[in-house]
Structure formats: C-alpha cells, structure tokens
Design a protein around this ligand. Structure first.
Ligand code: NDP
Ligand code: AKG
Ligand code: MG
Length: 417
C-alpha cells in the first residue's frame, strides 16, 4: 500500500468512533517521524522510555508497534531530493489517528516552507495544545516556578502563520500592493516599492472551534479560568475579532454571563458547580503578567503567532524548552510533538534533553487512555530530576548535578521506573 513505509505485521490501527472517542487496541501501530537535527538524538530515547513504561505498566499485555514515517531531511534521503513531506506520510498520520514527531527544520528567509506548519494545515490539526507545568527540583530563573500551571490552546491553522506572504520586489507583492493602494485606498504602506507583504487570516469558525476546545478543557479539568490572549487593540479585525468571537462563543454555547457589564464573563462548571471565568489580556501585557502574577492564569486561548511566543516564554519559567511537550490535534487526529526545534548545533551529539519529546509521548499515552504508563513516565521524570542526573540544560543551572547525555537521561528515567 505504501511506497516506503513499512507497516508492522503484528499491530493494529487505532480507530475513531462517531463521538470522536478512540478504540485503542492493546497492540496499536503508532507512526513516528524521527525529526531533523537533534530529532535523531531524542526520538530513539523517547521510544525506549515509552516502551519501558508500557512494558512495566502492562507486563507485556500491551505494546506499541512503532511505524517510521518520513518528513524533512530523512524523507529527502528516502524518497528523493525534493520530497520533504511525502503524501503517504500525511496519509499514515491521518489513517493511524495517533502519532508523534520530532522537530523539523525550517530555513529562515527563503527555502521550503515550514513542514511542521504544512502538516498541521494539511490535516487541519487546529489545536496546538501545550501544557506548562513545574517539576519539583527543575532549575528556573523565577522565584516561584511552582505558580506556573497553564495550558496553552494555540490556534494552529490561521493567522500570519498560514504562510501567505510575498517577497519584496516580486511581481506578486507588486500586484498586491497596487491592488491595496489603487483599489482599497490604502495609503499606509510606508515603502511600497520594497515591502514584502503578509496576510493574516483569522476567522469566526477558526476562533470558535479553538475556544470551544479550550473551554471544554477547563470544564473537564476543573480549571478556574480561560484567558483570551490577543493584540486586538492594534489588529482590530483579526486579533480583536478573535477576542470578540471567543467571548461570544462562551456566552452562546456555555451560558457565560457578563461580570460587571463585561467583557469578562463567567459560568458554572456543570461538573463541579464552580465558576469558570472567561477573561482576556493584551499579548504584550500578558507577557509581563505571566512573570509577575502567573498564578492568575490557567487555560490560555490564543492565536497562532502569539501562542508560539508564549509557549517558549512560559516554558523558560519552568526549566526551558528541554521539557516542554505539546500536541497538534483535530477532533479525530492527534500528532504529538515537542515545543522546541531541531537545535542544530547539538545535532548528533547525544547531548540535548529528550524530556520534551518524552513528555509529549506521555500526553499521547494519556490521550490513548494508557494512564498507568503515562503516570510511570511522570514519576520516573520526577525521580530522575530529584536524582540530579540531568542533561546539560538543567546541569548548568543546578547545584550538585551530574551531567548525563540525552540517552543517559533516558536510562536514568528507566532506572527510576
Ligand atoms: N515543531 C518543530 O518542529 C519546530 C521546529 N523549529 C525549527 O528548528 C530549527 C532551530 O530553531 P531554533 O530557533 O534554533 O530553536 P530550537 O528550539 O531548536 O533551539 C533553541 C535553543 O533552545 C534550547 N533547546 C532546544 N531544544 C532543546 C533540548 N531538547 N534540550 C535542551 N535545550 C534545548 C537550546 O538552548 P541553548 O543554546 O541555551 O542550549 C537551543 O539552542 C529552525 O529551523 C526552526 O524553524 C523550531 C521550533 C519548533
Ligand atoms: O515550523 C517551524 O519551524 C517552527 C514552529 C514553531 O516554532 C512552533 O510551532 O512552535
Ligand atoms: Mg515555536
């Protein structure tokens, strides 16, 4: 069926029911993309740790059958020089429902567009879910990192991130600028002859489906608030639209009522009877609030680019992007991935922290309903950090730490399972 993907003989597909719940066999096939740069270091470690946790939790009754699918540089080696994201990779990620990927390189300026973004767009994985939580003992630049406990819902399919951009001095940029100036009466392009141009689509549907997921998460996980983060004072009809549509959705679908005339509003969590407050913050101020008063924020709903910035900034408060996990999700398909990139200077050195990808796999196991294996990963991560045998990123900030390699940290986790 596939040209280069080898389907494991002994595993079965995860399937999705009409209500989007999963049927997970005891021997599921999980596609994985190794990733570029340090992806080749961390992905095998992630697989080893996950296999150990599953074996320990289920004593052989359950087992993941990993299926390598290709993207990025490795794909060009397998499929040919211009095949960065083969169609069959997209097909496998869609067909097998749950997958995990390492980071993929995107050149700055010219060259190929982001494969990460392409994967999210092609499969309409519209939620980028990035939980940010503190592990006891992790070195942090802030005084009270334990106060950071947020879950970012980043819109993953729209915004300036959609990649609708035209290079300065290109015929398309010239055509668009001419349209804007001649037909739309735009007078504000300061240097029209030498401007690159980008388009920022933000829709009602895109906002509503993201906000619906964020609010449902707050309900299911007993969270006190959802904060809409935007720059709507400046970008009124995109980021401002996002804010207004998100508030409206909370009122329309969850029965939220205005607090003191609004725009903040609240409703009772149907499961607990507690209030869930829907509030908003302008993105620049929000970046200072999360440093000064992190305990006031819980679930965050934001646009694509804001979410990109916020997730790395928040990760830094709890130890860095070396342990920042994430997931790209539609209603049915989920592809888990670390927040960080390929860290090219460390590629192939067995050096970086595999924690982000391991914790992304932990999210994946929980998503599959394999709670016992997920719990084992969390406890072994906590114990590994407590033992102070850590990779360079933690070791350089921790007193009395022993620095271990990327694979060495995986082994420390397994030893503590
Ligand atoms: N989802 C994806 O696949 C993503 C891909 N990218 C792509 O990755 C490439 C490199 O991007 P860049 O901006 O350098 O960002 P990276 O996230 O790759 O690296 C930035 C810095 O973060 C730290 N870091 C990253 N990964 C780890 C890790 N596993 N353990 C410990 N520390 C880590 C390192 O800090 P220090 O130098 O202090 O050691 C590193 O220099 C680009 O092509 C970019 O487009 C970027 C983000 C996401
Ligand atoms: O696609 C890329 O190269 C970068 C993506 C990124 O930074 C992110 O999704 O957080
Ligand atoms: Mg990023």
């Amino acid at each position: 069926m596939y040209q280069h993907i080898k389907v494991p003989q002994d595993g079965q597909k995860i399937t999705v029911n009409q209500d989007f719940s999963l049927n997970v066999p005891d021997h599921p096939i999980i596609p994985f993309i190794e990733g570029d740069g340090t992806g080749a270091d961390i992905t095998p470690v992630m697989i080893k740790v996950v296999d150990a946790a599953v074996e320990k939790a289920y004593e052989g009754r359950r087992k993941i059958h990993w299926m390598e699918v290709y993207a990025g540089e490795k794909s060009t080696r397998v499929y040919g020089p211009d095949e960065w994201l083969p169609q069959e990779t997209l097909q496998a990620v869609r067909d097998y429902v749950v997958s995990i990927k390492g980071p993929l390189t995107t050149p700055v300026g010219g060259g190929i567009r982001s494969l990460n973004v392409a994967l999210r767009q092609e499969l309409d994985l519209y939620v980028c879910l990035r939980p940010v939580q503190y592990f006891e003992g992790v070195p942090s630049p802030v005084k009270e990192p334990q106060k950071v406990n947020m879950v970012i819902f980043r819109e993953n399919s729209e915004d300036i991130y959609a990649g609708i951009e035209y290079e300065a001095k290109s015929p398309k940029a010239a055509k668009l600028i001419e349209f804007l100036t001649k037909e739309m009466g735009v007078t504000k392009i300061r240097f029209p002859e030498t401007s690159g141009i980008g388009i920022k689509p933000v829709s009602i549907e895109g906002t509503e489906r993201l906000m619906r997921k964020a609010i449902q998460y707050a309900i299911d996980n007993d969270k006190p608030s959802v904060t809409i983060v935007h720059k709507g004072n400046i970008m009124k009809y995109t980021e401002g639209g996002f804010r207004d549509w998100a508030y409206a959705l909370a009122q329309k679908e969850f029965g939220a009522e205005l607090i003191d005339g609004g725009p903040w509003c609240k409703f009772k969590n149907p499961n607990t009877g507690k209030d869930i407050v829907i509030k908003d913050a302008i993105a620049d101020a929000f970046l200072q609030q999360i440093l000064l008063r992190p305990a006031e924020y819980s679930v965050i709903a934001t646009l694509n680019l804001n979410g990109d910035y916020i997730s790395d900034a928040l990760a830094a408060q709890v130890g860095g992007i070396g342990i920042a996990p994430g997931a790209n999700m539609s209603d049915s398909v989920a592809c888990f991935e670390a927040t960080h990139g390929t860290a090219p200077k460390y590629a192939g050195k067995d050096y970086v922290n595999p924690g982000s990808e391991i914790l992304s796999a932990e999210m994946m196991l929980r998503h599959m309903g394999w709670k016992e294996a997920a719990d084992l990963i969390i406890t072994s991560m906590e114990r590994a950090i407590e033992s102070k045998k850590v990779t360079y990123d933690f070791a350089r900030l921790m007193d009395g730490a022993t620095q271990v390699s990327c694979s060495g940290f995986g082994q420390v986790m397994i030893d503590h399972m």
